[in-house]
Design a protein around this ligand. Structure first.
Ligand code: DNO
Length: 398
């Protein structure tokens, strides 16, 4: 696998020079300053490429291998105007990315919010911190802070009671922090939403069934995947994170079955998967080896990350904490073995794209990063540790 590292561009506290020292061989980046629906112009792409490949004019030895993400606008997801313009812009951006030689394009199809956590720096016993999703805190936000109509009925009675109690124990500052963590605290999301934006966004999905959202995804792919195919690009859809419904919104990329349906509906190699074990792994039925056996040929990008669910009784929705990369509910060694076997199958079959780009996804805040106040989930040391551990497993298995 090609070891890559996510870099948020010049605003990232971590420099390309530092990334070189992690041993990563490629960069994952995006033009985060452009809104969803905008055309990625050749000059903007070239500028970011130069920042990666020749920072300060000196060659870094790194290349921009993966776009994460070329965001899909809410208009496209809900098929509201100007969704046609946004699809046309998406296709044009794909052309420009292909011309620049960037082959892998990640995106997601989660309504409104991208990934969701309630705590960005939950203390770990050893003094570091981890990101966490707490269902009770989320219910407190949903019912009492967002005041979503019908929110209460979305949770079992004991969770409703716990949420009310939890909220009463929180200071005003803690309540504001919870809301901000959920709504605006995470990097790489489609937008910086406010509470009002979330309420308006929710209204735009009122009555949208999962089948409709899935159809909108399939229609979108029916437009852009043939273009990507002709250009030799690989699109890869990131799973829902977490892989269960939130805020009463439809979710359609949470399980193997979800991916099978969408891969079959638009059956082109360019219609592929971002295999994020951290997102998929929160689902009680996730089996990384079965997933790779079934759909490995369509995996174009890999996020290796691990999580530990609080609930071991098999409930769909559970609180969870991001764990060490090799320690959690997902058997990471078995996952890597399955991915290496997929690479071998591709090599034997003569596929040019046999080498899977992977990145260590997220990491704990440890040591110096505790004082850095960096991008939540994207510290230097925690990811370096994750990459080193994953590299050890990859080396041993291969
Ligand atoms: C979180 C990331 C996501 C991901 C997008 C892809 O750390 O995995 O924000 O980049 O969902 O579109």
């Amino acid at each position: 696998m090609k070891q890559t590292w996510r870099w948020f561009g010049p605003a990232d506290q971590i420099s390309i020079a530092e990334i070189r020292q992690t041993g990563a061989a490629g960069i994952v980046s995006a033009l985060h300053h452009l809104p969803p629906g905008a055309i990625w112009r050749p000059e903007e792409i070239a500028k970011r490429q130069a920042e990666i490949e020749r920072p300060g004019g000196q060659p870094s030895g790194l290349t921009w291998d993966v776009v994460e993400s070329l965001p899909v606008s809410e208009a496209i997801k809900t098929r509201a105007e100007p969704w046609r313009d946004h699809v046309a812009a998406y296709k044009e951006s794909l052309h420009h990315l292909a011309t620049a030689g960037i082959g892998v394009i990640c995106y997601n199809f989660m309504p409104i919010l991208d990934w969701t956590r309630t705590a960005l720096r939950a203390p770990l016993p050893h003094g570091g911190t981890a990101m966490r999703f707490d269902l009770t805190d989320f219910a407190a936000f949903d019912i009492h802070l967002l005041e979503r109509p019908g929110a209460k009925e979305d949770y079992p009675e004991d969770t409703q009671e716990d949420a009310a109690r939890r909220l009463a124990e929180m200071s005003d500052a803690a309540q504001a922090a919870l809301a901000s963590n959920i709504v605006a605290g995470l990097p790489g999301a489609n937008d910086n939403w406010t509470m009002e934006d979330v309420r308006a966004g929710l209204a735009s999905y009122a009555g949208t069934e999962p089948a409709q959202l899935r159809q909108n995804l399939i229609d979108f792919l029916g437009e852009v995947a043939p273009v990507a195919d002709r250009l030799g690009l690989r699109l890869c859809c990131h799973p829902d994170d977490p892989p269960f419904p939130l805020l009463g919104l439809p979710r359609v990329m949470s399980t193997l079955e979800d991916y099978q349906a969408v891969m079959e509906a638009v059956d082109l190699p360019a219609n592929g998967i971002t295999f994020c074990t951290g997102s998929l792994g929160v689902h009680p039925d996730f089996d990384p080896v079965a997933f790779t056996d079934a759909l490995g040929r369509r995996i174009h990008f890999v996020h290796l990350r691990n999580t530990k669910r609080d609930d071991d009784g098999g409930a769909l929705r559970s609180s969870f904490t991001e764990s060490d990369h090799l320690d959690g509910d997902t058997d990471m060694v078995a996952t890597i073995r399955a991915l290496l076997a997929e690479e071998t199958r591709r090599k034997t079959g003569g596929r040019q794209d046999w080498e899977l780009p992977m990145r260590p996804d997220h990491g704990h805040d440890l040591l110096h990063d505790l004082a850095r106040d960096g991008q939540p989930g994207y510290p230097l040391i925690g990811r370096l540790k994750g990459l080193a551990e994953l590299r050890g497993a990859m080396t041993a298995l291969s």
